[in-house]
Design a protein around this ligand. Structure first.
Ligand code: UTP
Length: 594
């Protein structure tokens, strides 16, 4: 084959030769003569070289993986052929009981051996927010962004260590989110974290594929079509950056993988970590109960001979698999009305000892798949170019008999409430009986978690009636924000709060390690906000709080569409306004009473 001399750069020229011998002649056919479109040609070669360098095995590796997966897709290979589904090994922590406390205590002791991995490269098309999702406030009483909340949780983990040290925080970004993520960190002084503890790994797009031979698709001459490869890229990046191995050497034992807009995730994290430690799970999926047929992936143990794999099975594959094997009625409910296959929420606790080995073996390419939409039954052409994808929850597909996979089930609202949908789609989902997963429901559930903590500590909580705001359910209160600095476990809440009541749309915000409340009553509509710096010990005893507090004000139709209204309010349809809340700030160490 004649390889044309298209670049002065030796590396580029070698890459061109390699691609041409791998069926990619079309990428370099009909090039203009030197002197014409040279800039476009250089940009094209640079983009090829960047992907070549970032994908383990380079572009030819990507093409050969694509050919193999496309050949399998063409014959319609059933990935679950011969597997029989069973219930996964699970620990049920849906109730706050002694077992829950025990696991929380175990997990809390393990904070110094834990790192948090946040996948935040997603575009968020369904939400349609103009900025990054991490910048959106999870609540608008104090307008705490997701990123600020996650950082506060890490700081709180550190404050609970016997010998405090930084919790490594790994954030995966993409071209869509990287600059704004870095800007948010810089503008907020890294939210109190040390710059060195934050590791940003940017995922790259992958080339789209035009046909079963793995020919890369061109948008125009000198321009590839590029598409997202999925959140499974995090595994590849943790390998190629050397970070997983490095942190393991530094004594980190578990990575907890979280998503960009789940304000509830740290509620479940201590107990889930405790389960991983006690049960020796290499891979622990934080899961929730799901109704049979619900559009949430089900976690199942699949058994074929001596092979056992506990995996997320997409809900539309689970039912046929059950019908074809153990359950002619498909996915049927248990006595509580739930499927026997808990719902995956993609919060994962992974043990580094096995993870690092798997990354080395696979170079971090975790169970890629392809989902081509064929033009017709011959399966020879695609309706539009496809690409390889990867999902972070598929790691157990690479596990052998020695790796232990388990599932820890939490109350859904306690552990998961994401902000994924714009206000219109969220309302439509609610009307159709589905879960809105919007800014409104995420905020409502964020306060609910606070109420759950108070109730677990014996506070009398009189909850307001749920209402609809622009067709989306919201519970007006009590709006309870027990900041991570105040409590990371239920035991801490019980130690610090004794008795008392809170009602209706009252507000309680507690931020600081050394605040105790005894027999405090907060009447409907009233608010108590206490912020105490380290070293400030604040005791509140026998206090009845009655003031004008905070008011939830719905946006008018004009405000709802006006660009003068912050976008984070428009995705909810309301604001929360301080009227006459009792706000007590203690910025100096000392002992104080209220
Ligand atoms: P989502 O399901 O929320 O997808 O991703 P998305 O791409 O962000 O949003 P839509 O589908 O366009 O509306 C789950 C998590 O995975 C991350 C997201 O940032 C989110 O935390 N993600 C997704 C990545 O990090 N990279 C990807 O390529 C895709």
């Amino acid at each position: 084959m004649h390889i044309p001399d298209l670049s002065q750069d030796k590396n580029h020229q070698e890459m061109i030769a390699e691609l041409m011998t791998n069926g990619q002649e079309h990428l370099f056919a009909n090039w203009d003569a030197p002197g014409t479109n040279d800039e476009a040609k250089a940009a094209f070669l640079n983009s090829l070289a960047r992907i070549n360098g970032s994908y383990p095995g380079g572009l030819t590796g990507y093409i050969s993986n694509a050919r193999k997966l496309l050949a399998e897709a063409k014959i319609g290979a059933n990935p679950f052929e011969g597997f029989v589904p069973h219930q996964p090994d699970k620990v049920d922590l849906t109730q706050f009981n002694a077992a829950y406390d025990r696991y929380e205590a175990l997990g809390k002791n393990h904070f110094d051996k834990t790192a948090v991995v946040l996948v935040a490269g997603g575009l968020g098309e369904r939400l349609g927010y103009s900025g990054i999702k991490l910048d959106i406030p999870v609540e608008v009483t104090e307008a705490t962004s997701y990123l600020a909340h996650y950082a506060a949780c890490l700081k709180a983990m550190e404050a609970r260590m016997k010998q405090p040290k930084s919790v490594p925080f790994i954030i995966m970004t993409s071209d869509d989110t990287n600059a704004k993520t870095v800007a948010a960190l810089e503008a907020n002084n890294w939210f109190g974290l040390k710059k060195e503890q934050v590791h940003i790994l940017k995922q790259e797009l992958v080339p789209a594929i035009a046909d079963n031979d793995g020919r890369l698709a061109l948008q125009e001459k000198y321009k590839l079509i590029l598409k997202p490869h999925g959140h499974g890229d995090i595994h590849m990046l943790l390998h190629t950056s050397g970070l997983a191995a490095k942190l393991q050497k530094q004594g980190i034992e578990h990575f907890v993988f979280i998503q960009d807009t789940n304000g509830q995730v740290f509620n479940a994290l201590p107990a889930a970590l405790g389960v991983s430690v006690e049960k020796g799970f290499d891979f622990n999926s934080i899961a929730v109960n799901r109704i049979p047929g619900e559009a949430v992936g089900g976690l199942a143990k699949l058994v074929k001979g001596k092979t056992e794999l506990t995996l997320n099975v997409e809900y539309n594959q689970l039912d046929p698999l059950l019908r074809a094997t153990v359950s002619p009625q498909g996915d049927v409910p248990n006595e509580q009305g739930f499927s026997m296959f808990p719902g995956n929420i993609n919060v994962l606790v992974i043990r580094l000892a096995s993870y690092v080995k798997i990354l080395e073996r696979t170079r971090g390419i975790i169970a890629e798949f392809v989902n081509p939409k064929y033009a017709d039954g011959t399966k020879t052409t695609f309706k539009s170019p496809t690409r390889l994808e990867t999902m972070m929850q598929d790691l157990p597909k690479l596990f052998g008999p020695d790796e232990k996979v388990g599932v820890t089930i939490f109350d859904r609202k306690w552990s998961f409430s994401a902000n994924k949908n714009n206000i219109k789609d969220a309302a439509a989902k609610h009307a159709a009986g589905g879960t809105p997963e919007s800014g409104t429901t995420a905020e409502s559930d964020f306060y609910l978690a606070g109420r759950m903590r108070l109730a677990a500590a014996g506070v009398k909580v009189e909850t307001a009636k749920e209402e609809l705001i622009l067709g989306i359910p919201f519970t007006p209160g009590p709006r309870v924000l027990l900041r991570p600095s105040f409590a990371m476990t239920l035991a801490e809440v019980r130690e610090k709060i004794k008795g008392g009541t809170i009602s209706g749309d009252a507000t309680l915000v507690l931020d600081g390690k050394d605040i105790t409340l005894e027999n405090v009553e907060i009447t409907a509509g009233s608010a108590l906000v206490i912020k105490a710096c380290d070293g400030a010990k604040v005791t509140v005893k026998n206090l009845k709080v009655k003031n004008d507090g905070f008011e939830l004000v719905k946006l008018s139709a004009d405000e709802q569409t006006s660009s003068a209204t912050p976008e984070y309010l428009r995705i909810r349809g309301y604001r929360i306004v301080s009227r006459a809340a009792k706000v007590c700030e203690f910025n100096q160490p000392g002992t104080f009473g209220l």
